[in-house]
Ligand binder design. Structure first.
Ligand SMILES: NC(=O)C1=CN([C@@H]2O[C@H](COP(=O)(O)OP(=O)(O)OC[C@H]3O[C@@H](n4cnc5c(N)ncnc54)[C@H](O)[C@@H]3O)[C@@H](O)[C@H]2O)C=CC1
Ligand SMILES: O=C(CO)COP(=O)(O)O
Length: 348
């Protein structure tokens, strides 16, 4: 921090997780008033709810009635329908949008962020383009020209919002513990314990790829296959997540997968309590498409696992490696190619 200038936070996103994290960050900036400016702007993708704008409802009632109903947000969190306005003057940017909206939002922000800005990505997804794959911390860095860390963990948003205990992991860039420590102050509370590891790619890839495994876990639930089958799919899924990350990304640490909240813990919670699992179970039981189920079951929230399964498949196909990741392949084939769900484990 130059001189005595306080850090100013912006939250880019206000869905289920975005709102839960705004509640924590809003509380912590007030607690560390010597370090942070109190006001936190939060970008809200505008929509109307019963004739009222969501951003106005949030500012008047301090509640995101659509994406995190029943939970009060601190009054210093101020909603704005403009991402540019939210980011203006902020030097700490928190990106927490569904992954499909990141590129467009970052392009909108280009040229509007502070020169000394630093970012953190809470996005669980990957970008696949022209046979290449990137984590969103890298996408953000490239588009905005600012350093970007990552945060991911076993964090079902509704539980975090109710102050039920959980852990999470910040992944930081080589030799940049200082950025992780600053974000640690923004997020850590007695009920939300933040760990740190020098591994932005590992943390990001755990968050993205476990969503594909959660779809497989939901399939086993829909089939009524029981706990052993689900545990097997989770074990095999973790191995594919780790192998994929080590094969295609530099510097990923094996212990991120097995020892952090971003790794094994998030895999477990998502395979038991997440939206991907829920929709995959319903896919088996109802025969409806994921697109329809997302609309019927999630009230505007977004599934990340099916998109990620498609993107990972596209990438592996371009590299001629599809057969080496049989669980990822099965999830794609069942979700997109009409393969029977009972074949889930046939190639494992
Ligand atoms: N919900 C959870 O329990 C957790 C989610 N995450 C991750 O956080 C990221 C954000 O997810 P959530 O906050 O849960 O969102 P969400 O899925 O609850 O809500 C969707 C959000 O996307 C916004 N949106 C819709 N169209 C848009 C557009 N064209 N441009 C920009 N925004 C648009 C909606 O207004 C809404 O805020 C995802 O990558 C997710 O995997 C991570 C940990 C926990
Ligand atoms: O990432 C999550 C929990 O850590 C939430 O997973 P879902 O998107 O499947 O709900």
């Amino acid at each position: 921090m130059a001189g005595d200038k306080k850090h100013r936070l912006a939250i880019i996103g206000s869905g289920n997780w975005g709102s839960a994290i705004a509640r924590i960050a809003g509380g912590n900036v007030s607690k560390f008033g010597n370090l942070f400016e109190t006001e936190v702007k939060m970008y809200v993708h505008e929509e109307e709810i019963k004739g009222r704008k969501l951003s106005e409802i949030i500012n008047e009632e301090h509640e995101n009635v659509k994406y995190l109903p029943g939970v009060k947000l601190p009054e210093n969190v101020v909603a704005t329908p403009s991402a540019v306005e939210a980011a203006e003057g902020a030097d700490l940017l928190i990106f927490v949008l569904p992954h499909q909206f990141i590129e467009a939002t970052c392009k909108e922000l280009r040229g509007h962020i502070a020169k000394d800005a630093r970012a953190i990505s809470m996005i669980k997804g990957v970008e696949v383009k022209n046979g290449n794959i990137r984590i969103f911390a890298d996408v953000i860095e490239e588009i905005l020209g600012c350093r970007c860390a990552a945060l991911s963990g076993a964090n079902i948003a509704n539980e975090v919002a109710e102050d039920k205990f959980s852990e999470t992991t910040i992944g930081y860039r080589p030799n940049d513990l200082a950025t992780a420590e600053l974000f640690h102050k923004v997020f850590d509370t007695p009920q939300f314990k933040v760990g740190m590891v020098e591994d932005v790619a590992g943390v990001s890839l755990c968050g993205a790829l476990k969503n594909v495994v959660a779809i497989a876990a939901g399939f086993t639930d829909g089939l009524g296959w029981g706990s052993n089958a689900k545990a097997a799919v989770m074990r095999i899924g973790l191995m594919e997540m780790k192998r994929f990350s080590e094969e295609f990304f530099q510097g990923v640490k094996p212990e991120t997968f097995t020892e952090t909240s971003a790794g094994i813990a998030d895999l477990i919670t998502t395979c038991f309590g997440g939206r991907n699992r829920k929709c995959a179970e319903a896919f088996v039981k109802t025969g409806k498409s994921f697109e329809v189920l997302e609309k019927e079951l999630l009230n505007g929230q977004k599934l990340q696992g099916t998109e990620t399964a498609r993107e990972v498949h596209e990438f592996l196909k371009a590299r001629g490696k599809v057969e080496e990741y049989p669980l990822f392949r099965s999830v794609f084939s069942i979700a997109y190619e009409g393969e029977g769900v009972k074949g889930l484990t046939s190639k494992l």
